[in-house]
Design a protein around this ligand. Structure first.
Ligand code: ATP
Ligand code: NCN
Length: 194
C-alpha cells in the first residue's frame, strides 16, 4: 500500500490541512493518508500549545468522514520532540510492505535543510511538497521531493487561534465538529469561536 504520512502540530486542524491531504491522496494515488499529531514539534516554540491529547482528539473528529484518512498515535506514544527521522524508521520497521511518503507544505519544504538527520532521512523516504502562500519552493533535495501544485490556501492554525481569541467566527474555516470541540474545551481563549 502507498501511504502518505502527514505530520503536524494541528492546533487546530483546519480546512487547508484537509484539502491538502485529500488533494495529495488523489494526485499521488495514495491508498491512505495517516495524520500524525506531533508530541512536541521539533521547530516550534509555543508556551500556549494545546496538549497532544487535545490535538489528537481534534484530528480524530476532523478526519472522521474520510475512509482514506487515519490518525496515528506514534508520536504521542513516543513523547518528547517528534523528529520525523525517528517516526519514519519506526514505521518502516513496523510496516515493511508499505511504501511511505511524507507530505509537507511550502514552509516545511523551506525548512528541510535544518531537519534532524536530513541527509539520512531523504534516503529513507520521498517527500511530497506543495506550495504555500508566503513561501517559495526550495531548490534543495529536489531529487527526493515530488512537487505537487496546490491551489493556494492562505490559512493557518495561527489564524484560527487568533480569530478565536478575537471572538470571531471560525465556521467554514474548520469542520463544524472541530469548532464545537474548541468551544466546549475553551481552547484558544475566552471567545472560543462561534
Ligand atoms: N494553508 C496551507 N497550505 C499548504 N500547506 C499547509 C497549509 N497549512 C498547513 N500546511 C502544512 O501542513 C503541515 C502541518 O501544519 P501545522 O499543523 O503546523 O499547521 P499550520 O497552519 O502551519 O500551524 P501554525 O499556524 O500553528 O504554525 C505542514 O507541513 C504545513 O506546511
Ligand atoms: O524532524 C525534524 O527535524 C522536523 C523539523 C520540523 C518539522 N518536522 C515535522 O514536520 C511536520 C510539520 O511540522 P509543524 O511544525 O508544521 O507542525 C511535523 O510532522 C514535524 O515533526 C520535523
Amino acid at each position: 500500500m502507498k501511504i502518505g504520512l502527514f505530520g503536524g502540530t494541528f492546533d487546530p486542524p483546519h480546512h487547508g490541512h484537509m484539502m491538502l491531504a485529500e488533494h495529495i491522496r488523489v494526485e499521488c494515488e495514495l491508498d491512505q493518508v495517516w495524520f500524525i499529531p506531533v508530541s512536541t514539534p521539533p521547530h516550534k516554540k509555543r508556551s500556549d500549545m494545546s496538549s497532544v491529547d487535545e490535538r489528537f482528539e481534534l484530528v480524530t473528529v476532523a478526519i472522521r468522514s474520510n475512509p482514506h484518512f487515519h490518525v496515528s498515535t506514534i508520536e504521542r506514544d513516543r513523547g518528547g520532540r517528534s523528529y520525523t527521522i525517528d517516526t519514519v524508521k519506526q514505521l518502516k520497521e513496523e510496516y515493511p510492505a508499505h511504501e511511505f511518503f511524507f507530505i509537507i507544505g511550502g514552509d516545511m519544504v523551506e525548512s528541510l535543510p535544518t531537519w534532524a538527520g536530513i541527509e539520512e532521512l531523504v534516503n529513507l523516504i520521498t517527500f511530497i511538497g506543495v506550495n504555500r502562500p508566503g513561501y517559495s519552493p526550495s531548490p534543495v533535495y529536489k531529487d527526493h521531493l515530488i512537487h505537487i501544485d496546490f491551489p493556494p490556501i492562505d490559512l493557518s492554525s495561527t489564524d484560527i487561534r487568533q480569530r478565536v481569541k478575537e471572538g470571531k467566527s471560525i465556521r467554514y474555516f474548520v469542520q463544524d465538529e472541530v469548532a464545537e470541540m474548541i468551544k466546549e474545551s475553551r481552547l484558544y481563549g475566552e471567545g472560543s469561536g462561534t
